[in-house]
Design a protein around this ligand. Structure first.
Ligand SMILES: NC(=O)c1ccc[n+]([C@@H]2O[C@H](COP(=O)([O-])OP(=O)(O)OC[C@H]3O[C@@H](n4cnc5c(N)ncnc54)[C@H](O)[C@@H]3O)[C@@H](O)[C@H]2O)c1
Length: 328
């Protein structure tokens, strides 16, 4: 990527203390961007000040909530780019507490866009959407033409959040686009519990010498290593061809969860797991097999995932071997 693209650019990252946001922030600071993070640091979510360890003097941090219209009205001003990553990520929590998910993933998204429309219509926004909007796939691999039929409240609200962005692009000319991320892994992911991804708990437990749980194990998935996700976010931001567009991200391979468990143990040099059946309430919102067709972003932007799953797991384990205490 051309370093010049981001040098001196004023960038706001919502959810910037979280997993993907903080990895993105590291890259943007190195590329010479003037970076501001906004994050609420709600303890149940993935935000963690340790995620920006060493960067504190090179960016601005604003601890506030994207549900606060007044904060956002101020923060979006004088920015060239908004990476809009703040979100409630837990599917189970979205069923227990649907209104919080609605407020963050849907209503706050609309108010962020309203702030941009009224106070900075020249900004460009990249929204972190999710494969969850597709629900249970009708065919594999899933491309962007697949029907959107979310299987849980989180998927519905993320879908609405995504489409507000596209509507504001099309109707008001506030340039916006969305990436539908699949399971993303890497350093700085939440490992305390499974709110962000089950892989987080697997990593924690294997490093604590405990057996981790695999539910069913037959489902297939794809995984994007976080550096590849960050590359996609940066490429998307730097091209005009992305305005109003939606792109899937994907992984370097398709793997069953049981195979993933074996791979993790192999990469770690030891460990064990137990297979359990899905808890009944989770089975109802499980999407079954999923993997993405990411040929659209490959043909438009030349993006494809580069880090193999084995390398991604190895780098993630290495990070948490050193820093686990900051994440539990
Ligand atoms: N990690 C994945 O596998 C994955 C997959 C699909 C989509 N996504 C999307 O990518 C985005 C980033 O996810 P992540 O994995 O980095 O999760 P994360 O939980 O680490 O990051 C989200 C950040 O948003 C912050 N946040 C939540 N609610 C907020 C609010 N109301 N106001 C301000 N900040 C708030 C959290 O504190 C957290 O730091 C999310 O929107 C998520 O839906 C992630």
């Amino acid at each position: 990527m051309d370093r010049e693209t981001f040098a001196g650019r004023r960038v706001l990252i919502s959810g910037g203390l979280g997993f993907i946001g903080s990895n993105l922030a590291r890259n943007l600071v190195d590329l010479g961007a003037r970076v501001t993070l906004v994050d609420s640091l709600v303890p149940e979510y993935g935000g963690n000040l340790f995620n920006i360890a060493g960067l504190e003097d090179r960016l601005q941090v604003n601890i506030s909530d994207v549900r606060d219209e007044y904060s956002l009205r101020y923060l979006v001003q004088h920015k060239d780019l908004l990476f809009n990553l703040a979100g409630q990520t837990s599917h189970a929590d979205s069923m227990q507490d649907p209104y919080t998910d609605l407020d963050i993933n849907c209503r706050a998204q609309l108010s962020i866009l309203e702030s941009c429309r009224k106070h900075n219509p020249d900004i460009k926004i990249i929204f972190a959407s999710t494969r969850q909007v597709y629900g249970k796939p009708e065919y594999l691999p899933v491309d962007e033409k697949h029907l959107l039929r979310p299987a849980d409240v989180n998927g519905i609200n993320k879908m609405a959040g995504e489409w507000y962005h596209i509507v504001y692009n099309n109707v008001y000319g506030v340039r916006a686009c969305a990436l539908r991320l699949t399971n993303t892994i890497g350093p700085r992911m939440r490992v305390k519990d499974a709110r962000q991804t089950f892989v987080g708990t697997w990593i924690r437990q294997i490093l604590e010498d405990k057996a981790f749980e695999v539910w069913d194990g037959g489902q297939v998935r794809d995984f994007t290593y976080v550096d590849d996700a960050v590359d996609a976010l940066l490429l998307t931001a730097s091209s005009e061809k992305t305005d109003g567009q939606v792109f899937n991200l994907g992984g370097t391979c398709v793997i069953s969860l049981k195979e993933l468990a074996e791979l993790l143990i192999d990469v770690n040099g030891g460990g064990s797991y137990v297979v359990r059946s899905f808890p009944a309430e989770r089975k109802k919102i499980d999407i079954g097999d999923y993997h993405a067709d990411f040929s659209r972003i490959r043909s438009v932007l030349g993006w494809e995932p580069r880090v193999s799953l084995r390398d991604g797991l190895a780098r993630t384990l290495a990070f948490y071997r050193e820093h686990l205490k900051h994440y539990i």
